[in-house]
Design a protein around this ligand. Structure first.
Ligand code: ADP
Ligand code: MG
Length: 210
């Protein structure tokens, strides 16, 4: 696994009067088992970069290679790319939809074509990785605390067994007392060697783990 950005540029609303250049000449290589922290001022283009990495946004200039192949090639399978490159956003509420925690985490694997039984095995593994006990499986995601919701959102991404996990400020929308539990999960995942790219203002996390 490797991701390479070559002279990437991104302009919002290109060709309109609202044209706004968010990224210019970005060159970056992310290798297997790396933990990359993205830090910078508000408006510096961090969210844009994260969304480029899993193909949610398409660069205006330059090329992005995933496993040495350009994802901008005609007929490139972006659906598979998005399964390999999982994304965890800032607001867990925006990522959880199902009636209970277990069904929610089963969603991705089922979407990948696994049977319900197989999806449940994956989901339980992922939930145990983020420290969610079985008693929570039947709860509605909306009954959970902010920190628990974000841990379920991480499990939801992990259940797809991604090669790379992207985080866009996973703790910034949480109450202060919830931040540590989510950081602990991220540190634990980092120690498993999965490739991670994290946009964060948690400088200690970036310093210790990235
Ligand atoms: P960061 O995550 O570092 O705060 P962003 O990637 O969100 O930065 O934004 C980079 C720049 O692009 C900012 O100047 C922002 O105002 C602008 N921008 C972000 N989203 C849009 C959009 N949908 N339309 C136009 N400009 C945008
Ligand atoms: Mg932003």
């Amino acid at each position: 696994m490797s991701i390479e950005l070559k002279n990437i540029g991104f302009t919002y609303g290109q060709g309109t009067t609202f044209e706004h250049c968010a990224l210019k000449n970005i060159n970056l290589k992310i290798e297997k088992n790396e933990f990359v922290g993205i830090i910078g001022q508000t408006g510096s283009g961090k969210s844009t970069l994260v969304q480029l990495l899993n193909g949610l946004l398409k660069a205006t200039t330059g090329d992005l290679l995933y496993e040495k192949r350009s994802i901008y090639e005609k007929n490139y399978d972006l659906k598979t790319l998005r399964q390999k490159v999982g994304l965890v956003f800032q607001y867990p509420e925006h990522q959880l939809f199902e009636v209970d925690v277990l069904s929610d985490v089963c969603f991705g694997p089922k979407n990948q074509g696994l049977s319900l039984e197989e999806a449940k095995i994956r989901a339980k593994e992922a939930l145990s990785m983020v420290g969610m006990k079985e008693s929570y499986y039947v709860k509605s995601p909306f009954e959970l605390s902010g920190g628990q919701k974000q841990r379920v959102a991480i499990a939801r991404a992990m259940a797809m067994q991604p090669k790379v996990l992207l985080f866009d400020e996973p703790t910034s929308a949480l109450d202060p007392e919830m931040v540590d539990e989510v950081l602990a999960v991220i540190r634990k995942l980092a120690s498993t060697g999965i490739t991670m790219v994290i946009r964060t203002h948690e400088l200690s996390l970036a310093r210790d783990v990235a």
